[in-house]
Design a protein around this ligand. Structure first.
Ligand code: HEC
Ligand code: HEC
Length: 375
């Protein structure tokens, strides 16, 4: 596996999408991919957000950037994503093969994914590894598999300790909204820091805005629907569906964490390794949503959340690292957020959080922009 390739994958994915120009044309909410893209042959019937996350799975599973499969013209022309290349033809065959394997041998469950075989390589290894067999076992905190550990404290204890470390349930319940300001850095902003605002209202509404000159990037969770707005991309406004939608709710709830213990139906516990340090993990499960792994440090604080989003080729991870906990009205809140997923990485650095600000409803509404299509 080539780590250098991983770094360039993320950069080039961003670059490819940033300099594209949007096309107009009205669409209903959450359209399927073949209705907005030009040449969808096998990944049919899935919403656009899941189609895009499937591209993230492809890139991540083979450690390729978008131009690893797509024509180099994508950097200047969004319609070039539809051009055939040998790798795209091969990848289409792979989708058909993967679906057939899952259908025939795994009861239609998405058990075999691109990553199952590829593991970050274009040409999967066929001979087992002696280094793996005789070397030290290293666990990956973003692995979908989870090995519960009976030695770990019960989830109720981890959560109670966490809420206590933040200031206690009573104090937490006094904060019902906040406005945070700071900076955002991500592939959309070409890795430049730009002004950032977050508006949040208990229990589950959130709007985040990054302003790059005249451009606004938006991430909205209204309490029932979720939207991602990214100007200058082929499909600037994307409605989030499935595990991305429920995941937006989960991310929002971590800002008002007193609700977390009751938000899930089942918990498992274990340990994970973050940068060589063992941390306690509570994995939350609930119907219709992705498993969520909450990682707590020595002080009991939430340092990492890992959840997954579905794609047409298996689940891909989303990881949020929380840092720089500071006191806000007697409650500890994280001022640093690092969000990592298969299509990019975003760094949010808050400078100020003002608690209990009245926020107009209009902040938590669907962005008022027309839907787009390449067709
Ligand atoms: C492993 C190869 C591979 C990689 C890497 C890859 N794609 Fe794709 N992409 C495909 C295939 C295959 C299709 C066609 C899917 C189909 O026919 O259903 C496609 C189709 C698309 C389309 C639809 C084009 C149209 O108008 O029909 C877009 C947009 C797209 N990819 C974006 C991306 C982006 C952005 C990335 C980088 C994150 C990416 N792809 C990485 C293989 C790849
Ligand atoms: C059952 C195992 C398996 C699965 C699942 C699988 N692949 Fe493959 N894939 C292979 C093998 C084996 C090759 C041939 C590699 C070689 O030539 O050595 C290959 C080759 C490829 C290639 C050509 C790579 C090159 O050398 O240019 C692409 C692209 C590809 N796969 C994409 C995908 C995508 C996308 C998925 C998920 C939809 C996927 N594969 C799922 C086993 C798999």
């Amino acid at each position: 596996m080539n780590i250098g390739a991983r770094g360039s994958a993320v950069g080039a994915i961003g670059a490819a999408f940033v300099c594209l120009v949007a096309a107009g044309a009205a669409q209903t909410s959450a359209p399927v991919a073949e209705n907005v893209y030009l040449n969808v042959q096998v990944l049919k019937g899935i919403p656009v957000d899941q189609f895009n996350d499937t591209m993230g799975m492809f890139a991540s599973a083979l450690l390729l950037d978008c131009v690893g499969c797509h024509d180099a013209k994508i950097t200047s022309d969004p319609k070039a994503f539809a051009l055939p290349t040998p790798r795209i033809q091969r990848a289409r065959q792979m989708v058909v093969m993967m679906n057939a394997l899952n259908k025939q041998y795994f009861g239609g469950q998405p058990r075999v994914t691109c990553f199952t075989c590829h593991h970050g390589e274009t040409q999967p290894e066929r001979s087992p590894s002696l280094r793996l067999q005789y070397g030290e076992l290293v666990t990956d905190p973003t692995a979908f598999r989870f090995f519960p550990d009976v030695a770990a404290p019960p989830a109720e204890k981890m959560l109670a300790r966490y809420l206590q470390a933040l200031g206690g349930v009573e104090r937490l319940s006094t904060i019902t909204s906040f406005v945070g300001t700071g900076t955002y850095l991500g592939f959309e902003t070409s890795d430049q820091e730009v002004p950032f605002e977050i508006y949040a209202r208990a229990p589950d509404q959130r709007a985040m805005i990054a302003r790059d000159g005249a451009k606004e990037f938006l991430w909205i969770y209204t309490g029932t629907s979720a939207w991602r707005y990214q100007p200058d991309t082929p499909i600037p406004l994307i409605e989030l569906t499935g595990w991305s939608l429920s995941g937006s709710r989960i991310d929002t709830m971590t800002f008002f964490p007193a609700v977390l213990p009751k938000a899930f139906t089942e918990w498992q516990v274990g340990y994970a390794d973050i940068d060589g340090t063992s941390v306690e993990v509570a994995r939350a499960l609930g119907p219709g949503q992705s498993p969520v792994n909450l990682h707590f440090d020595e002080a009991g604080l939430l340092v990492r959340l890992v959840r997954w989003v579905e794609t047409a080729a298996g689940p891909v991870p989303v990881q949020i690292d929380y840092s720089d906990y500071r006191d806000v009205a007697g409650v500890k809140m994280p001022f640093g957020l690092l969000i990592t997923w298969t299509n990019g990485q975003s760094t949010i650095t808050l400078k100020e959080i003002r608690p209990n600000v009245v926020i107009p409803d209009s902040h938590f509404a669907r962005p008022n922009v027309p839907a787009a299509s390449l067709k």
